[in-house]
Design a protein around this ligand. Sequence first.
Ligand code: ATP
Length: 364
Amino acid sequence: MAEIVIRNLRKEFGDFTAVQSSSFTIEDGEFFMLLGPSGCGKTTTLRMIAGLELPTSGDILIDGEEVSQKPATERDIAFVFQMFALYPHMNVRRNISYPLVSQGLPRAQVKAKVAEVARILGIEDILEKPVGGLSGGDRQRVALGRAIVREPKAFMMDEPLGALDAEFREHMAEELRALHDRMGATTVYVTHDQLEAMQMGDKIVVMNHGVIEQFGTPQDIYDKPATMFVADFIGSPAMNFLDARGTVAPGADHVMLGDVRAAIPEMREGASGEIVFGVRPEHVRLSDAAPYRGEVRAAEYLGTTQIVTVDTPAGEIKARIGSDQPARRGDKVGLEFNGRTVTLFSRETGKALRSAMNEDVFHG
Ligand code: ATP
């Protein structure tokens, strides 16, 4: 069990800065996601926490102890990689027990611990099998078993499901999360898959170009994106961005989209310059009476819902609506937005403006 505090963590490789200045706290027992596109610095952050990479500057505290310059072996952290390096010449039992045997633990204790881990993972029946013939999922369970059996303070996982096909990946994601809930060990998990992060994580750090864009619960990140990058990266389809006219003053409750007034949450912060009106596809409705109008360019059928793309004066809008609603290419339609869910951004900074709905939003 461990609380991990990261303060102003920075990593340079020569002239290149992979991690700029990260600060966040991972609470004891949390399932914590590091999310972002390829090359954003997720793995480097994880490797610094595990002690596989030394930071250029900054602090890493595990349960209050500063460990940033300590070697990995002194941090009591288990690392689970994407490609599971099992010992092919050993059976499952010996693979799992290996860390304990090399620590010199008495045989009876090793046996009891392996039995306990096999029970948790549901692999009691394959303990005597060679690892060579196992399925991908079982190999994954064995690799996890070898990490769990040491009872480390925390687990670091780098895209552990990356090599699996989509269906099995979903199953293993559920299994991993359930395992975490049973064991309650602090877990830090790297992924570039926003759905995986939203489904599994208690908290998410969203990174881009070595910078933390946002840090919060999945719901906060979805409902109150701190930046246009986050609003675009999270959600499928992504948030719609429309060009709003005029300046926004504190207290404002609407903006102009073309010539039409559109309601927004009461603003706490104003901005001049270009203002971006952000609304998620599920908060857009098609309504004949609505004054803001556009033309349907496409409709993508998804079963119970459909994604309708509409060209409008302030930009393209995607709406997620019931597939029973008629929407055909070329239709002229009115669009209604749920004003409480709208986020305004400054085009210049890319940051969300504070409103009654997102007062506490992280601002970098
Ligand atoms: P991916 O999912 O592609 O691994 P990531 O977000 O995990 O992406 P990192 O592996 O942390 O990204 O890499 C961040 C940046 O740092 C990348 O541009 C990478 O090329 C660079 N980098 C990582 N390790 C080194 C190294 N040892 N030497 C030089 N540059 C490095």
